[in-house]
Design a protein around this ligand. Structure first.
Ligand SMILES: [Zn+2]
Length: 261
């Protein structure tokens, strides 16, 4: 009886003690792989292995932003600490601005899924995933966005992430994902150096302009044209949910192409 009481008392105080232990064990196992030489499948002739003296860790080069599509931060933390969900992110940002760090930036989270941006396909291997607590249909509180901006600033400096490489889940998975939702302040992010925004003042549309080529140059997977347009609008023309490129959109694309290419 006393034992049960002690265990339950401990689990209410530290609800993630068990998953933290599991994290430590997994990280240790991956640490062992990093120390291996030669790596199992690289060179069969062991004696020819010569370790170089000059190396460091690979760095993330993209930031992928998500909304959680869940009802609370607590629900998301739980989702990311249950093995069978097989999803995770490096960071979770709650509505009150609290940032939970869930995975070392150098390790690979399971957040992007099947995705493509430019010629990059294994986005999980290239990126840091940030989940923002939001049910998918609501605006993002200022406290939450301020925390996000602070985090992005730190990550951009730490890993030298290019301005163009701050993108959304919907951008890299057209037709499959719609996050972050249309209330996400992409323009504010761009004003702070995370992603680009456009200025169509005086922009002329060239006679041979091809909107789908422009989307492809920016990075979109245009295999399903309507899905690519939908993702583009969710990011850059948020008040318009149509899947049609009009003259205003073309002017936006002409300007964006110059920035992203
Ligand atoms: Zn997502």
């Amino acid at each position: 009886m006393l034992a049960i009481f002690l265990i339950c008392n401990r689990c209410s105080q530290k609800p993630y003690a068990a998953t933290n232990k599991s994290y430590k064990k997994q990280a240790k196992a991956y640490g062992k792989i990093l120390a291996q030489y030669p790596v199992q499948d690289s060179v069969i002739n062991g004696p020819y292995w010569i370790g170089t003296t000059n190396f460091n860790l690979r760095k993330p080069n993209f930031i992928i932003l998500h909304h959680t599509a869940q009802d609370s931060c607590g629900q998301t933390l739980k989702t990311f600490t249950i093995v069978k969900t097989a999803v995770s992110a490096h960071y979770v940002i709650c509505k009150d601005g609290t940032i939970h760090h869930m995975l070392n930036d150098y390790l690979r989270a399971w957040q992007a899924g099947v995705s493509k941006w430019g010629n990059a396909t294994d986005i999980n291997s290239l990126s840091i995933g940030i989940e923002i607590d939001n049910n998918g249909f609501e605006p993002f509180p200022e406290l939450q966005i301020n925390s996000l901006l602070g985090l992005l600033d730190r990550l951009k400096k730490a890993y030298n992430i290019p301005v163009a490489n701050f993108i959304g889940h919907a951008d890299i998975a057209p037709g499959r994902k719609v996050d972050p939702n249309k209330y996400f302040p992409w323009q504010k992010l761009a004003e702070n150096g995370f992603g680009y925004w456009y200025d169509t003042t005086g922009v002329q549309i060239p006679p041979d302009f091809n909107a789908m080529s422009a989307l492809r140059i920016i990075g979109y997977d245009i295999k399903k044209p309507e899905a690519a347009i939908q993702s583009f609008k969710l990011h850059f023309v948020q008040q318009d949910s149509t899947k049609i490129i009009n003259e205003d959109d073309k002017r936006i694309l002409v300007d964006l192409v110059k920035k992203y290419q």
